[in-house]
Design a protein around this ligand. Structure first.
Ligand SMILES: Nc1ncnc2c1ncn2[C@@H]1O[C@H](COP(=O)(O)OP(=O)(O)OP(=O)(O)O)[C@@H](O)[C@H]1O
Ligand SMILES: [Mg+2]
Length: 353
């Protein structure tokens, strides 16, 4: 049996996962699996990555883009309790269906928003631990069983993923001591939540940590409200990414310029985040460095950085910053379980889960 270290970051917007070799990102949406007419068309259009069709505990689901485009009934939520009870396991198993092989033994590292960490970490590891009967169906409806066992689960506060990612290299060795020795403030702007944490020589500071609802979805909601006013169409929030990135949206044949609306919404969101930083870190004026991370961190950085006082770690424009946490989860897993990728570990670190 192979032991595979996998990091999974189950976000409200996107689920991100890596086993050190392959990396996967898909929207955190699932839906009923329906018959797909015209499979041929789908085959030529979609890459295999976009075809996430799984069977879990006797139920069949479309996940990610496939659910967005093909399921009549889709589930997407911004509610935390819903998210853990109804989404976390499905998203994690959809990720593992791509990153694990049949009969693998998996050690998982995942995270929770700071404010839900204490309350939900046991529940989350409980959902993920153990043996799972998982199967996938490819675009030609070929079924493949991937039974697997999740042996160990570590749950960490989400923004620590980004910190570990900056601190360690690809073999989980310490590469940048500054992040281990300094007092670092992390702002992780996600789709729904923005998480704040302070790491003092890698020690978690409860005082400087918290979550708020100042995620990108709030800016999207402001834009969507304006669009509803203008067109009468209520655009679902998860359909806004491409439109905002493109700078325009076409509704019932009419193209609407989104740039002024986006500028306004992102500026407002950035001031809210900067205000939260000032309040939360009022007593932490000795922070050495501020790290802005998360997919939302990258899009908000131009608006946010001028409002932050202190030394701000520049956002790496070449990396997809949605992946910062999950890369760190994986490195952390490599570090705790001291394994080579895909190798059977000789010794197993004691786990608290
Ligand atoms: N290539 C991209 N495609 C889509 N969104 C992107 C991309 N790059 C950056 N983004 C931004 O990233 C945001 C999502 O970031 P991220 O994946 O970190 O959130 P999340 O972890 O799913 O949310 P939360 O932390 O609230 O659970 C989107 O709202 C979008 O603004
Ligand atoms: Mg996140």
């Amino acid at each position: 049996m192979r032991v595979n270290v996998v990091g999974i970051d189950i976000g409200f917007g996107f689920t991100k996962a890596t086993n050190g070799r392959d990396t996967l990102v898909f929207k955190s949406i699932f839906g009923e699996a329906s018959d797909i007419p015209f499979r041929e068309q789908l085959l030529s259009a979609a890459s295999p990555e976009e075809h996430l069709h799984i069977e879990l505990d006797g139920e069949s689901f479309f996940v990610g883009e496939l659910a967005e485009h093909q399921s009549h009934v889709r589930s997407f939520t911004l509610d935390q309790n819903q998210f853990i009870t109804n989404f976390a396991k499905t998203m994690a198993m959809a990720a593992l269906s791509r990153l694990a092989s049949p009969n693998d033994s998996v050690n998982l590292v995942t995270g929770l928003p700071v404010s839900f960490y204490r309350r939900h970490r046991e529940e989350l590891s409980g959902l993920l631990l153990g043996r799972h009967t998982l199967a996938t169906l490819d675009a030609n409806a070929n079924r493949r069983e991937i039974p697997l066992t999740v042996n160990q689960v570590r749950v960490i506060p989400q923004p620590f993923g980004s910190l570990f990612n900056l601190m360690m290299g690809d073999s989980a060795e310490l590469t940048d001591k500054r992040f281990a020795e300094e007092k670092i403030g992390v702002v992780d702007v996600g789709f729904r939540t923005t998480d704040y944490t302070v790491s003092d020589k890698t020690k978690y500071s409860g005082r400087g940590s918290g979550s708020s609802e100042s995620g990108i979805a709030r800016a999207f909601a402001m834009i969507a409200a304006k669009l509803l006013e203008q067109t009468g169409v209520d655009v679902e929030l998860y359909r806004m990414y491409d439109a905002v990135a493109r700078g325009s949206i076409k509704i019932r044949g009419k193209t609407i310029d989104l740039r002024p609306l986006t500028e306004e919404a992102f500026s407002k969101l950035a001031s809210a985040v900067a205000g939260e930083v000032d309040r939360l870190w009022a007593d932490d004026w000795d922070i050495d460095r501020i790290v802005v991370t998360g997919g939302g961190g990258a899009v908000l950085a131009p608006y946010l950085q001028p409002l932050l006082s202190g030394e701000v770690q520049p956002v790496d424009p070449t990396a997809d910053s949605r992946l910062n946490n999950v890369r760190g989860y994986w490195k952390y897993g490599r570090n705790v379980w001291n394994t080579q990728p895909q190798a059977v570990p000789e010794r197993r670190a004691a786990s608290d889960s």
